[in-house]
Structures are given as C-alpha cells and as structure tokens.
Write a protein of this length. Sequence first.
Length: 524
Amino acid sequence: MKPQIIKLLPIIFLLAVFNIISCSKEDSTPVSIETTITAYDFSKTIDENPPVGFEIGTLLASTNQGSLSFSLAEQNPTGALSIDATSGKLKVADPSLFNFETNPVISGLAKITNEDVSENINITITLNELNEIKVYEGLINLRSQAEVDAFGANNYTHISETLNIGKYLDGEISDIHDLSSLSSLISIGKNLIVGLNPDLENLQGLDNVSRIMGQIVIVQNTALTSIQSLSKTSGNNYLSVSIMENNSLQNLDGLEKLEKLVTLNIIDNPSLLNIDGLSGVSRTYDVVIANNAQLTDIMGLQNMIKADGGISIGNNASLLNINGFNNLTQIGENLAIFENTSLLHIDGLENLVIFPSVITIRENNSLQSISGLRGIEGSSSINISDNASLSNLEGSNNLVTLNNLTIKGNGSIQNLSPLNSLKSVESLRIRSNSNLTNLNGLSGLESVIKSIWIEDNSNLLNLNGLQNLLLIGKDLYIKNNSTLTDFCGLQPGLFEYRFSGNFNVSNNAYNPTKQDIIDGNCSL
C-alpha cells in the first residue's frame, strides 16, 4: 500500500496549486459600488435685515464616496440666497429681500450632486420681525378713526411726547373703535390718554408699548371691557395712572408690570369687580379708589408696601374689607375711608409702622370695628364720624397723643373706654353720639391744649372721665346735650388749674356757670 500513496502525492499537490491559482484570478476582478447621497432639508429662523454675505448655515449632506457639489435650483424671492458649491454654506446675497413685511419666509430648492448622482432638498428661512426705530417728535392728537389709521400707516415706534387717542381734551366724543394700526409703537415719551371713545372695546394695537414716561389716563370709554393690551408696560419710571368712568370695565388685567407709581386713581368704574391687575405695585405716593359700585375687595394691592402721600377709599358700595393693605407699612400723610356702605372692618392696616398724620373714618354705615388701627400711638388728627353700626372704639387703645380727636355721629357707641391711654390732645370734639352715656374712657386725659367741644349727645348723663384734666388751654363748649345734668368731672380742672378761656355751657338739662362748678354746684 505504501508505494501507491507515494505515487498519488504529486497529483494531489498539482490539483491544490491549480485551485489556488484559480481563486486568485477570481478575486482580482473589480467590484462596482453604487454612489449614494444622504441629505436633509434645511430650516432656520433669523432676524430680518441681515448684512450681505451673512452666513445663514451649512446644508447637511454626505456621500459614501467621492465629493459633493452644491447649487441652488430654485429660490423665492429670486436672488436672495447664494451657496458655496464646495462647502454647502448658505449666505445672504441680497439683504433688501430679507424684510419681514415683504418676505416673512424665504424658500428655495438646493441640488446636491456627486458626478451623475444628485439629491434635491428644501430650504426654508423664516424671518423675525425687528422694529426699526422711527420716532415721531412731539405730541400727537388722534381724534378720529381715520387719523388713527393714517398715523398707524407710518409705523412709528416711538412718540417723544404725549399720545392722545380721542377727543377727551376737547370734551367731545370720537368715532375711534380700533387701535390695531398702532402695533409698531414701543414707547411713549410722556402721557398716554385714551378718552371719550364710546365705541372702543379694547386697546389692541398698544400691545407692544413697554414704556410710558408720564401718565396713563383711561377715561370715559363706555364700551371698554379690557386694558389687557398694556401688559408690556412697565412702571419703573414712577408713572401716574388714572382709570376713570369706564362703564364696562370689569378688571385691571394688563397692568401687572406696574411697580412704582406717583398717583393711582381708580374712580367711577361701575362694573369693576377687582383690581387684581395691580398686583405688581409696591409703592405709590397717592392712592384714590372711589365710586366703584361692584368692587368687593382691594386684594390687587397686596404687594404695596408704601404710600408716601395718602390713601383714600370712598363710596365703593360693595367693598367688604381692605385686607389688600396687609403688607402696607407706611402711609405718609392721610388715610380716608368713607361712604363704603358694606365695609365691615378696616383690618389690613395692622402692619403700619409709619402712620398717617390725618385719619378719617366716616359714613361707613356697616362698619363694626376699627381694630385695624390698634398699632397707632399718635397722629395729627383722627376723625371717627357717622359710622352708624360702630359700637366701640377698639383699635384706639394705644393712642397717647393727638392734635385733634373728633368722635361724631356714631349712633351705636355707648362709651369711649378704649381711649384710656390718651394723655394729650390739642382739640377734642365729642358730638352727636346718640347712645353715648359717659366719658369714662377719657380718664387718662391730662391736657387739652386748645378746645373741648361736647355737643348734641342726647343720652350723655355726666362728664365723668374728665376729672384728671390738668389743662384746658382755650375754649370749653358744652352744648345741646339734652340729658346732661352732672358736670362734676370738670371741677378739679376748673378749680385747681384756674381755667381762663371761653366758657360756654348752654341748652343742656343743667347749665351751671363756671363758678357753680368750682363751688361744687356741679350737678342737679
């Protein structure tokens, strides 16, 4: 068997060599690869009016072999774009065509080529509108719809002085009903006045106004339901704001960016339900909120800290409380709360640190409490008058010194006991309190620098409470107290401290002379 195997080996070797040579010849034959291009549509947003040659972006494309070339097959408008044939960078060719008003979108078709293979992609360029600065110098009065539209066609962005919309300054009504043509306006150098436009329902067209330097006056626009379009207007420059006599206006939404004001007047808006739009206001000089029949609260002022001048809240028939003042720490000059027929209390003033020099609380028929004043220790003048439901003076407990104190026409008050801490006043008036029976609450009072007036208190029986007076400086008037028979509370002051001012006691149940009181003949 071995010889046979040996003889076969050369044959097997030759066959193996032949197979190797055959395979080598097959592998050397070239394989054809198909060229492919991968590309993506191009979309971008840029600002209008770019410079010539501005690089918008680079088209995203690739190929599996070779290189790409780029060209523009179409573009609208023609001539707007250029493209680098090698890199695919897309650039601005004609800047004048990149104008939002005429071409808000620029489109095109790019062709991407690799020898005889090509792909087309879409190009979309969206323009952002930029307001070009265009200033109207001076004051402008727009008294009719035609004048509003004509002025708006000029696309002014700034007015250097006042913009007056309507004939309010002339005392006449206008036909203005649409402000949309004023949408290019960004700032007003002085005042915005919108007045006596009975057909105007909203302020759309003033949506881009972010700066007003003087006053906002919205007055006597009977159909106006919204001022939301003022929502970009900031009040950092100490604006004055007056919203008055707009019969249909229900809220002040749109004023949220107002922060620091000189004056704030919200007056005679009979449909006004809330003032929540004033939530950004932190400081004012004067505030007047009056004659808004449906206003139930003032919570829109919850972030106000200071009123350097004064606050007046009057004749708001549905107002239940003033809790919106709960962050108020300072009232500089005066506080007047009057003729709010539904007001129950004046809580909300508890955090005052600097108190007004003059406080007037009058003719609030439902008022039951003035405890919101409990932090006050002194003031120039306090007048609590004609509050029919007020039964006590809780809240005046910490008063020590006053210039003038008037307690008048409060038919439910029976005594003055919360005034026990009061030591000195300049003038004291106790008048027309029909249920007041005594003055015991004044027992801490030591001096009245000028005058005492005690008049028309139909149930006052005696003057007990004045027995610690050391000084009555000028005048003593006790008149028309139909049940008053006991003046003995005055005896120490008249006898020991030699009162020498005017003495007028008349039309009381008993009318002693000064000497009668000194001599002890002080009561019936």
